[in-house]
Write a protein that binds this ligand. Structure first.
Ligand SMILES: [Fe+2]
Length: 329
């Protein structure tokens, strides 16, 4: 893939009558009107709600294209090869493939990242933040007003020590200025009791994780992440629907910490239905490596996700050397 990857700049076209520019990245053309994005490629075109498109695009950039596939909807999305990225249209949709209108082009990650950022900045007006839950932000619809000057992405603040221990540089939940979200008003946020054996003072600490997650102002985006070698753990608050359909290239473990999420699970390559999983507080599941899935959270909920980031996993699953699920019952 890498030798064919295009390292190109996005081409910015003139603004339309609503004030929005159109763009061209390789064989793909993007334009928007008041309600929709219009995507064209050789032999095909597609239309998608602008809200859905922007919520997916901003997360795709922020997650560094994440693991495997990010479907913005059933037709359009990206596939991460960790250094290069495919942008595809219809390449994982049976109908588009049968009609011969499927298309895929490989770029350097940098090209796609910069390109998507350019589109997002031009198309996001002040008052709208695609990382917020739909009920907690303005609308992306209508003509261009003024470009938002809020940062497109949220930066991570790296902790040096356990949160709350003397010398940690992370901002603690009660110092962020973020209030407890309306959906978590009934969540106990008292701090744990810590009893340290003499001689270990200042080395042991504990936090109330619910207190941190309850203050998150973004949805479907990590609030806290920890990395131990290739073992990643992140906690998030989820409301409305996961703005992308994620195609796994490895197993992914979900721990439902509060409330419930309904997961729609499909075959990764065809989109055929594989199942619906309703996860309630306390439920744990392993999403297999050969599926795509989208979550629906009717009320804001808390989810913990664990990923094995070992770089050799996608090939082991793709070649069938590893079964797509973690355990044989
Ligand atoms: Fe996933």
């Amino acid at each position: 893939m890498t030798e064919e990857a295009k390292n190109v700049d996005i081409v910015v076209g003139p603004a339309n009558h609503l004030g929005y520019s159109s763009f061209q990245l390789g064989g793909f053309e993007f334009s928007r009107d008041e309600y929709f994005v219009h995507i064209k490629w050789p032999k095909g075109k597609h239309v998608m709600e602008i809200d859905r498109f922007l919520r997916a695009m901003v997360r795709d950039i922020g997650w560094g294209f994440f693991y495997g596939w990010i479907f913005f909807d059933d037709v359009f999305g990206t596939h991460n090869h960790y250094g290069t990225v495919d942008i595809f249209a219809g390449a994982y949709d049976e109908g588009c493939k049968a009609a011969g209108i499927d298309y895929l082009e490989t770029f350097t990650s940098d090209s796609v990242s910069k390109g998507f950022e350019t589109i997002s900045k031009n198309w996001i007006n002040e008052g709208y933040d695609p990382l917020n839950a739909p009920m907690e932000t303005g609308s992306p619809m209508g003509e261009k007003t003024r470009e938002s000057d809020k940062p497109l992405l949220r930066n991570f603040i790296a902790a040096k020590r356990m949160l709350g221990l003397k010398g940690d540089v992370a901002v603690r939940s009660d110092e962020t200025g973020h209030p407890i979200n309306r959906a978590f008003a009934d969540v106990p946020v008292d701090n744990p009791d810590i009893e340290v054996e003499p001689g270990f003072e200042g080395q042991l600490h504990a936090i109330n994780l619910f207190d941190h997650i309850a203050r998150s102002d973004v949805t479907w985006n990590p609030s806290i992440s920890s990395a131990t070698r290739n073992s990643l753990c992140c906690v998030t608050s989820e409301e409305h629907m996961l703005p992308v359909i994620h195609g796994n290239d490895r197993n992914e473990w979900f721990f439902q910490l509060s409330d419930e999420i309904h997961w729609k699970v499909q075959d990764k390559n065809t989109g055929r239905p594989r199942g619906i999983i309703v996860m309630k507080a306390g439920d744990v599941c392993a999403m297999p490596a050969d599926i795509r899935h989208q979550g629906f959270s009717p009320k804001r909920s808390m989810l913990m996700v664990m990923e094995n980031a070992s770089p050799d996993l996608p090939e082991l699953y793709a070649s069938g050397k590893l079964a797509p699920y973690p355990i044989e019952f």
